[in-house]
Design a protein around this ligand. Structure first.
Ligand SMILES: *Cc1c(COP(=O)(O)O)cnc(C)c1O
Length: 411
């Protein structure tokens, strides 16, 4: 089915010679772990004692009544330890690192969420940990940097290039080339060279396996549609993998529409005309790039969706029309977040709110016996600095200014 890590025409592993052996070692370790039923059981046990699995499916009764159409259910990945589905991936890779006998992990992070998740896993397993982050992101994401450092990670502020995520990725690969005997690179999403897309999807498939059983029990049938936001694509692949073979279930991936698909300020790779097929960062997929292959600037109110590439598995599912791709704008996302908090007392992350926004557009047009399932990839309360900014809350602004003034007066 899968020729050397290809999904249709997408994926592959475009590697510098120095890393080929390391990737072969990783692929072999993953293949052996996957073939060992005790490994998956060890993973499930770890996630149930450390990260609240199985996470529940919640019936959103008030939102259902509000829209007057399909019954709305929510898969609660926000209840994971560290507040998002990212825990599934990093803890799974942590178990694999232990099996390979390595002692050190590295990762790159943009918004800092994957850095916090990786540093948490390293603390739990007793690994050394280095996180690469662009200097611009270090300045923007101080709360996450604070936690990475408390968790024992060394945060390296990358001063090359645009000093953001792609420069951090380059630095992390540079580190790995000289440390691969002792070090594992914890990639954060279902992207990158083979075997990462398959491996990350494998760990995230725990979401879909649980969700399929839970929704059938709760709603008495399979869902008509499943919605997930798409950054790199790991939470979407996680929930979709539970329903891929059920062709009657519509799968909807929601990308960051930013300031609108016509504005050029978005991160829509699979549902806009602005992306094209290319090879970068070790794999082939759709990238937001110019004619010379230079990566474009992306924009989203949600830092976790602001990525130039996308999972090669999703690119293939888009081409085969198994997954439909849509975009939600910043404005629609903030409105969907506000409504969900107010109606259900649930605070989705800005990333997850993209899935909610698209589901809310479609729910009123579906019959009352239809069932939709939204993957809530993470919780928003941990992101108060970005969410309060997005709401332009005046009292929050005053609070920040007063705090800054108090610091200045004290120093
Ligand atoms: C990082 C993140 C995402 C985007 O990553 P995917 O790999 O596309 O899932 C989505 N939601 C939350 C809450 C995140 O932290």
């Amino acid at each position: 089915m899968l020729e050397r890590g290809y999904y249709g025409q997408f994926g592959g592993a475009f590697l510098p010679e120095a890393l080929v052996a390391t990737f072969e070692e990783l692929e072999a370790a993953f293949r052996q772990a996957k073939a060992d039923p005790a490994f998956w059981q060890e993973y499930v046990d770890l996630m149930s004692s450390y990260s609240c699995r199985p996470t529940p499916v919640t019936y959103a009764e008030n939102l259902t009544r509000h829209f007057g159409g399909a019954r709305i259910y929510i898969k609660r990945e926000d209840l994971n330890h560290t507040g998002a589905h990212k825990a599934n991936n990093v803890m799974g890779q942590g178990l694999l690192v232990k099996r390979m006998g390595k002692r050190r992990v590295i990762a790159e992070t943009g918004a800092g969420q994957h850095g916090v998740a990786t540093a948490t896993m390293a603390a739990k397993f007793g690994f050394e940990c280095t996180i690469y982050m662009g200097q611009v992101d270090v300045a923007r994401q101080r709360p996450n940097v604070f936690w990475m450092e408390r968790l024992g990670a060394t945060v390296v502020s990358v001063r090359e290039g645009s000093r953001t995520l792609k420069d951090a990725i380059n630095e992390a690969f540079r580190d790995w080339v000289s440390t691969m005997d002792t070090t594992h690179y914890v990639l954060g999403t279902a992207c990158g060279p083979h075997p990462f897309p398959t491996m990350v999807t494998y760990f995230q498939s725990i979401v879909g396996r649980e969700a399929r059983q839970q929704i059938v029990k709760a709603a008495g049938k399979l869902p008509d549609r499943v919605y997930a936001c798409v950054g790199g694509g790991s939470n979407a692949m996680g929930i979709f993998s539970g329903f891929l073979d059920d062709t009657e279930v519509g799968l909807v991936g929601v990308e960051a529409g930013g300031r609108g698909l016509q504005s050029g300020q978005h991160a829509a790779r699979l549902c806009s005309e602005d992306a094209s097929i290319g090879v970068a960062q070790g794999y082939k997929t759709y990238f937001l790039q110019d004619r010379d292959g230079q990566m474009n600037e992306t924009h989203s109110v949600a830092a976790g969706l602001d990525y130039v590439g996308v999972s090669p598995i999703l690119a293939d599912l888009a081409e085969r029309r198994r997954v439909r791709f849509e975009a939600a704008t910043d404005r629609e996302v903030i409105d969907a977040l506000a409504l969900t908090v107010r109606k259900e007392g649930i605070i989705p992350a800005l990333e997850s709110s993209h899935a909610f926004a698209q589901a809310f557009k479609e729910a009123p047009h579906l019959p009352k016996d239809a069932v939709i399932l939204i993957n809530q990839s993470g919780r928003g309360d941990k992101d108060i600095f970005t969410i309060a900014d997005a709401f332009e809350d005046p009292s929050w602004k005053e609070f920040i200014i007063a705090k800054a003034e108090a610091y200045r007066a004290g120093s």
